[in-house]
Design a protein around this ligand. Structure first.
Ligand code: RIB
Ligand code: CA
Length: 317
């Protein structure tokens, strides 16, 4: 039976690849997508998500728009230094009058609550942007918690941040929301930069994706080439001509948990430090005396990741 998932996205380029993997994988049933302020303003994230579903021929997947600003921080959106990696709107055809992908009525948070409460407790949440929607849903209706079997988060960093020296973007943009979610008591898996930076996709891989001849293969090649350009220019990885596709690794980890190497440890989120706000504090040596609450991934299988992307994005709707 496919695993039921909901993706919470701030669609940028890697969210877009994650959405295509989730929509096309036979191992997943994508119940819907919710958008949140993050890589760009939430209305852009919504338009981008709808463009993706139109492009791959899955316009029926419901999309609802969520929170436009973090829980407690002032900025409406932080166009992070990665803007060259994402931009505001994806390089896909703008939706026209004949577009079948439509924004559904109602706020994303209310839809998350209603959907989870009505479920059999079998929907995995996969947030790959700031955790504002998820935290708001938990605060508004704590009864959803018993209906969430697992939350698989793209976010966090132990060894190094990307928005600051200490913090990864999704956690840094809304640390108060992240702290609520990692301490919610449900099964949490985090796919942080420590894993995603060990699963890079190269220009050669993009040529192979384009050669698939599928809409998803073409779009993924286009998005990852943009990412490689941006990373080589602004956040060089350990090898040029390759970039992480963070959010897609989180979705692949739902499909095959062995694609990452994770450790069950106590993890919390710094919300007060001047230099460390947004840091995922990983207690590998259990110094805090607190119980483990997160499966925190510290490595990833790059060849397996590239092979999964190529196989899944070679499919059509
Ligand atoms: O730090 C990487 C994360 O921030 C990814 O989810 C990317 O899409 C951005 O949201
Ligand atoms: Ca994202």
């Amino acid at each position: 039976m496919p695993t039921k998932v909901i993706l919470d996205v701030d669609t940028g380029t890697d969210d877009a690849v994650a959405l295509m993997v989730a929509a096309l994988s036979p191992d997943l049933e994508l119940i819907g997508a919710t958008t949140v302020n993050g890589n760009t303003a939430v209305h852009n994230c919504t338009e981008n998500t709808l463009r993706v579903f139109d492009w791959i021929g899955r316009p029926e997947i419901p999309v609802r728009q969520g929170m436009s600003r973090p829980l407690a921080r002032s900025q409406a959106t932080q166009l992070n230094p990665a803007s060259r990696i994402h931009g505001d709107l994806l390089d896909l055809p703008p939706r026209g009058a004949d577009s079948r992908a439509r924004l559904q009525p109602g706020h994303a948070v209310d839809w998350l609550i209603d959907t989870l409460l009505a479920s059999d407790g079998d929907i995995t949440l996969v947030p790959v942007g700031p955790l504002t929607n998820i935290a708001t849903a938990i605060q508004k209706e704590p009864a959803i918690l018993e209906k969430i079997p697992e939350i698989v988060i793209m976010g966090g960093a132990h060894d190094h941040g990307n928005s600051t020296a200490s913090a990864e973007f999704n956690i840094w943009l809304d640390p108060e929301a992240a702290r609520i979610v990692v301490n919610c008591g449900r099964q949490i898996r985090m796919i942080p930069l420590d894993a995603t930076h060990r699963a890079l996709v190269s220009l050669d891989d993009c040529r192979a994706l384009r050669a698939l001849g599928t809409p998803a293969g073409e779009a993924a090649a286009r998005f990852v080439e943009k990412r490689i350009d941006g990373y080589d220019a602004t956040q060089p990885m350990h090898r040029a001509g390759a970039a992480p596709v963070h959010d897609a690794l989180a979705v692949c980890a739902v499909i095959d948990p062995t694609i990452v190497t994770a450790y069950f440890i106590p993890v919390d989120v710094e919300t007060g430090g001047e230099l460390s706000v947004g840091r995922t504090v990983c207690d590998f040596r259990f110094r805090s005396g607190r119980p483990a609450n997160v499966q925190f991934a510290m490595d990833a299988d790059e060849p397996k990741f590239v092979a999964m992307l190529t196989e899944i994005l070679g499919r059509t709707a």
